[in-house]
Structure formats: C-alpha cells, structure tokens
Write a protein that binds this ligand. Structure first.
Ligand code: BG6
Ligand code: MG
Length: 215
C-alpha cells in the first residue's frame, strides 16, 4: 500500500470497553419488555447504530413496537447508558492505546475517530482524549451506519488524505467491512477468528507499533 499518512480509530471496543455498558443498558430494556438478552446476543450489536441495535434486540425478543415506542425505548436505554459513561475516566482507556497514539503524533501520522456513537464526545471528554484527534467523525455526523464506509471516508476527507493512505482500527465485523469497503487497510482489534476480513489482527495495542504500519 501507499505510505501510511493517517490512522482512523473506532471508539467502542478499540479505545475503551464500553460494550459492557451498552450490554447492561440493552439488557435492562429487554427485561422490561419481558425477555432475556445474553452477552452472546450482544455480540450482534457491536459496531452497529443505535436504531439497528434496537431492531436486532426486538427481533431476538420477538417483539414489534411502533415508531413512538421504539424512540421511547432507545431514549430509556440511552439514559441508562449515559449513567455508566458519565462515571468513566482515563483509567478506562484500553492498554497500549495512548502510547500508540502518541507514537503516531511523534511520527506526523494524522489521527481520526470513526465511530457510530452519538455519545462519542462525552466519552472522549471523560477519558480526557479529545486532543489526540485531528478529526472526529461520530454518529452525529453520519447518515449511513457501518458496514457502510461513510464514517471512514468522511474521516479521510476531513484529514485531507486519500483512503489508500489510511489504516483503520476496528473491533467489530461491521466496522472491518466498512473499512474494506472504503478501500482502507484494516487492523482488527480482538479475535482473529471473528475478524478474519481484517488485514491482520492484534489482541491489544500492546502488540502495536509504528513499525507494524510499514506494509
Ligand atoms: C458503536 C457501538 O460504537 O456505537 C454500538 O459499537 C452502538 O454498540 C453504536 O450501538 C451507537 O452508539 P450510541 O452511543 O450512539 O448509542
Ligand atoms: Mg467498536
């Protein structure tokens, strides 16, 4: 590939482990609606938008809601989710992330966030990481959810670099697919079994270095 000029990072599951908070909040909604929601079910929600998450949850419960009820359900879930993320601080940044981002800065490689979350700014402020990013693209700026490539293409555009010069870091299958559809190099963060579409997979950022960006 061309020389790497920018790295684009997903937020949930890459920089912080918020999947556990999403899970607890969705489970509470499922329980209120009268069905159970397991951690295994929660895997299906990783990387997808809030509205798509609700649709998957309702499909699992075999429940149909009208538009107004759906909106109310999402609002309730987000209220509970906010209670968790409002308590977050920098101790929740995943291992190796800050050191790698600092190394990118030292090497003049641009950094963008590419997240589906509408809560991304709250999380970045709470973990004190806003200043690491040259561009922040989140769920308030996009109209198409991953696996659509919009979020990453917009990130590259805001940074002023070509997609072929970008590397995406993603923990969700939908996110890896979005990166590949954007024609970007993709590093999976998590299990190689699950993220087989990525160009290579790391278990954590402790395994990552600038040298590994020379493809
Ligand atoms: C993604 C998460 O980053 O953001 C999904 O992986 C979540 O699980 C999505 O549904 C939307 O997040 P939010 O914070 O806008 O509800
Ligand atoms: Mg993620």
């Amino acid at each position: 590939m061309a020389e790497v000029k920018a790295c684009l990072f997903d937020l949930d599951g890459v920089i912080v482990d918020t999947a556990k908070y999403h899970y607890l909040a969705w489970k509470r909604l499922a329980n209120e609606l009268g069905f159970d929601f397991t951690e295994q079910d929660n895997e299906r929600l990783k990387g997808v938008s809030r509205v798509r998450s609700l649709e998957i949850l309702l499909e699992i419960g075999g429940i149909t809601l009208d538009e107004q009820e759906k909106q109310a359900g999402m609002d309730r879930k987000n209220g509970w989710y906010l209670e968790y993320i409002n308590k977050m601080d920098s101790s929740e940044v995943l291992p190796g992330v800050k050191a790698f981002l600092q190394a990118l800065r030292d090497n003049n490689i641009k950094i963008a966030l590419g997240s589906a979350s509408k809560n991304a700014m709250i999380i970045l402020r709470n973990i004190d990481m806003v200043s690491y990013f040259d561009a922040i693209v989140d769920g308030t700026k996009t109209s198409q959810a991953k696996p659509d490539p919009e979020v990453f293409l917009l990130g590259a555009k805001e940074l002023g670099v070509a997609p072929s010069e970008c590397v995406v870091f993603e923990d969700a299958e939908a996110g890896v697919e979005a990166a590949k559809r954007a024609e970007m190099y993709c590093v999976g963060v998590g299990s190689a079994e699950q993220l087989g579409q990525a160009d290579f997979v790391i278990a954590s950022f402790d395994e990552m270095s600038i040298d590994r960006l020379k493809f």
